[in-house]
Ligand binder design. Structure first.
Ligand SMILES: NC(=O)c1ccc[n+]([C@@H]2O[C@H](COP(=O)([O-])OP(=O)(O)OC[C@H]3O[C@@H](n4cnc5c(N)ncnc54)[C@H](O)[C@@H]3O)[C@@H](O)[C@H]2O)c1
Length: 320
């Protein structure tokens, strides 16, 4: 018996591993990642170094597109649970590099879900995204909205959900899609707003504030996310299901910058216009999630920002 976690060198995958290690899980955890260079490998290696110290955890550098290695892994470890966090992330990068998304998010995803179906995996979780909603303004967005992704990245995530639905309808293969809304916190991604800002403050990187700071995001703290994942893990999966993983608390980017400016040295913010693949606002409804997990409280965003800031300051060299 073992658990498979893909994208384990990434932000959410690593953080979930850390959470599982904290609860002293007795089950073996097999982690894989292709360690791509979408952002600094230094950060991914630092996360992997920590994973190697967790007991029961094992890491293999494997790409979701390597079906032979994946098959061997499934037959050796007899997985009972699969968590797919591996994907080409990022909205803007998908404008110029669509094939990276088709390879990992579509072909890679199909390899994994097909092997999971063939191996009768009872708990299959996969990362989707708030990007599937596109510019839908029916806030707070519920899971049953009609989806209109407005960028290539969001489209690949919608396709993941469509494939998962088809696998349930045709083969009764059950799964849970996790629509993450702007996850932030310790070990965060350097291509995302908050870490980008802190990187500018402490590592003299350039910081561009898109859409003159008018964007609003349903920011979701990583500690809440990994807690929620643990709770979902303990539930029986009975169908093809989808959950918004969000705090239901949209905050304007300017408010966040104002807060960071109070607790860190001030920097020059270069404001620029709207980027066409972006959405103006994200705001998800988390009623369905709260009902199943019975977890009503989310970490106060400013408390989470302070923790993220203090963590970043300690690890700032990793992001140079
Ligand atoms: N962080 C967020 O706010 C957010 C929001 C919505 C959705 N998501 C989704 O959640 C998942 C995790 O996101 P993250 O923020 O941790 O991103 P991340 O980029 O930090 O992690 C993804 C990891 O997957 C690996 N990977 C990519 N393609 C692979 C492949 N073909 N084979 C094996 N490994 C591969 C990468 O090397 C990376 O380490 C992704 O699917 C992402 O699209 C994240």
């Amino acid at each position: 018996m073992a658990i498979l976690i893909t994208g384990a060198a990434g932000f959410i995958g690593y953080s979930f591993c850390e959470k599982l290690a904290k609860i002293n899980l007795k089950t073996k955890v097999i982690c894989i990642d292709n360690i791509n260079n979408y952002y600094s490998i230094k950060i991914k290696k630092a996360r992997l170094k920590k994973i190697k110290n967790f007991s029961n955890f094992k890491f293999f550098k494997i790409d979701l597109n390597n079906i032979i290695k994946l098959k061997k892994l499934f037959s050796k470890y007899k997985f009972t649970e699969v968590y797919n966090f591996a994907a080409q992330a990022g909205v803007r990068y998908s404008e110029t590099n669509p094939s990276a998304y088709t390879k990992s998010n579509i072909e890679g995803f199909i390899n994994l879900i097909t092997l999971s179906k063939e191996n009768n995996i009872k708990k299959f979780f996969y990362a989707s995204s708030s990007s599937v909603y596109g510019d839908n303004k029916n806030y707070p967005l519920k899971e049953n909205e009609i989806l209109f992704p407005k960028n290539f990245y969001g489209m690949t995530k919608k396709l993941n959900e469509d494939f998962a639905k088809m696998y349930y309808e045709n083969y009764k293969f059950k799964s849970v899609g996790l629509r993450f809304f702007t996850v932030f916190g310790e070990w965060g991604r350097p291509d995302m707003f908050m870490i980008k800002y802190l990187n500018a403050v402490y590592n003299s990187k350039k910081f561009y504030l898109n859409n003159y700071g008018k964007h609003v995001r349903d920011f979701t703290y990583i500690e809440d996310v990994t807690d929620i994942l643990l709770k979902l893990r303990n539930k029986k999966i009975v169908k093809n299901d989808i959950y918004n993983i969000c705090s239901n608390n949209p905050v304007g980017l300017i408010k966040i910058i104002n807060y960071f400016q109070r607790i860190s040295p001030k920097i020059k913010v270069k404001k620029r216009g709207f980027q066409k693949s972006d959405v103006y606002k994200t705001h998800g409804c988390n009623k369905k999630l709260v009902t199943i997990t019975k977890r009503k409280k989310f970490t106060n965003v400013f408390l989470a920002l302070k923790k993220t800031h203090d963590w970043f300051f300690k690890y700032r060299n990793l992001y140079r």
